[in-house]
Design a protein around this ligand. Structure first.
Ligand SMILES: [Zn+2]
Length: 434
């Protein structure tokens, strides 16, 4: 399979920077001279036991009179309410049930991940903030982590406390970055590799309807055809064409990747979430199958816990099958041809594209097997890029129209291995122009 799975343990971007460290220091130095402070706390991951982290704090973002604490608690019993307890300087200040996101899980009794976004009132100064997840019914009470947070006063006239902090920033070089906060016209954004950046440059896009995700990129080529065609390049070409066509139809659309650079899956999900998108479609081309077939082996992967995702996947599969099946090509396939679902051993969605966007119907489109020479030759034709783009555009339209599809349903795949791509390891940011 050429689809990148999520990183095995979804640690927050800032906790595993490699090349990111210098920029983080620059950001923190910039912070010290910044009168209206947007603050990222010092990133300390505690509360882990072995390879089973208890969760993480993604961001602590200082506002004039409060700090937004955003993160995840992992592997908790989600059948009962999970409380997030927050202490500031050793004092319990808030206990919140703010579980806006529920990552998927198979059934009652299975552990799941829950997200939290809690506003913690805080006086100006340097504070130590600690977060625990507590589930009284299941007897769970554990630390997620602590952060050092600096807040400074902001004059009310210059405050932008009402800014919802949503959207993405398009940098002068065309890179799309998820916004995590805005204050006085300064954006706090995440680079593709997860480095916090403060900037006033770039064009803000508040929201969109459809997010089109060109899979892989940069050091991650994805599937490679015998003719040298890489999935990385093909995904981008198709994605660009889809974005152009949807916009032409008047449907606001944003890409996650605009050139040949690496974007870890979590950041792709952050982009879709920040934009409050209606749909998230990830464009891929497959690798690996060798079984000959008289039919195209196209696949559309859906999120196990979203009927809307399933409906979209059946439509995408059907549109693509109809486009491909008249072509005289020596296809390959697997039992997953169709609208299919892949679960991890906890019964959650395996693919990060689905897990990181639990509130947005998402589909991973695998149009053809690039690893199969005849299919790679087919895709070397520009007309095929346009044909594929048309199938995605018509799928989006049918989804908005409320169409049902009786498109084929493929086998369910319960994964027990990870191929280890799609994470933050060895990530190198593109030129951002900020
Ligand atoms: Zn792929």
């Amino acid at each position: 399979m050429a689809i990148p799975p999520p990183p095995a343990s979804p640690l927050p971007p800032a906790s595993r920077p490699r090349r990111a460290a210098p920029r983080l220091i620059i950001a923190l130095v910039a912070l010290a001279t910044f009168s209206a402070t947007l603050s990222f706390g010092t990133d300390v991951a505690i509360g882990s036991s072995g390879s089973d982290p208890m969760g993480h704090i993604n961001w602590t973002l200082a506002r004039p009179d409060a700090v937004l604490v955003i993160g995840w608690a992992d592997d908790v019993d989600t059948d009962q309410p999970v409380a997030i307890d927050i202490k500031v300087d050793g004092q319990q200040v808030i206990s919140s049930k703010a579980q806006r996101h529920h990552a998927g899980r198979a059934a009652k009794g299975q552990p799941g991940n829950v997200g939290f976004r809690v506003r913690v009132p805080m006086s100006p100064g340097v504070h130590r903030l600690c977060v625990r997840a507590r589930n009284a019914g299941a007897g769970q009470d554990r630390s997620i982590g602590c952060r050092r947070v600096t807040t400074t006063p902001v004059s009310p006239a210059r405050s932008s406390a009402n800014d919802d902090g949503k959207g993405v920033l398009r940098t002068p070089t065309g890179v799309i970055l998820p916004i995590v906060g805005v204050n006085n016209g300064t954006f706090a954004v995440s680079s593709p590799c997860g480095t916090p950046i403060f900037t006033k440059k770039g064009k803000r896009i508040h929201r969109t309807k459809v997010v089109i995700d060109a899979g892989h990129g940069g050091s991650e080529p994805g599937a490679v055809g015998p003719n040298g065609l890489t999935e990385r390049d093909l995904n981008l070409a198709v994605s660009r064409e889809v974005v152009k066509r949807l916009r032409w139809l008047g449907i606001p659309t944003q890409p996650t990747r605009t050139a040949d650079y690496r974007v870890p899956i979590r950041i792709r999900g952050d982009i879709a979430n920040s934009l409050d998108a209606d749909l998230f479609i990830s464009v891929h081309h497959n690798g690996g199958a060798t079984r000959r077939s008289s039919d195209p082996g196209n696949e559309a992967w859906y999120s196990a816990h979203s009927p809307d995702s399933f409906r979209l996947a059946r439509i995408v599969w059907e549109e693509q099958y109809r486009a491909l099946s008249p072509l005289p090509v020596a296809w390959v396939d697997t039992s997953f041809a169709g609208a299919s679902v892949r679960l991890n051993t906890h019964g959650e969605d395996f693919f990060g594209v689905h897990r990181y966007t639990p509130d947005i119907p998402s589909v991973i489109s695998e149009f053809v097997y690039l690893s199969n020479a005849p299919e790679a030759e087919l895709m070397a034709q520009r007309s095929m890029v346009n044909l594929e783009a048309r199938t995605i555009v018509s799928s989006v339209l049918r989804w908005y129209w409320g169409d049902q599809s009786d498109g084929r349903v493929g086998a369910t795949w319960v994964a027990d291995t990870s191929t280890g791509t799609g994470g933050f390891d060895n990530c190198q940011d593109p030129e951002l122009g900020l």
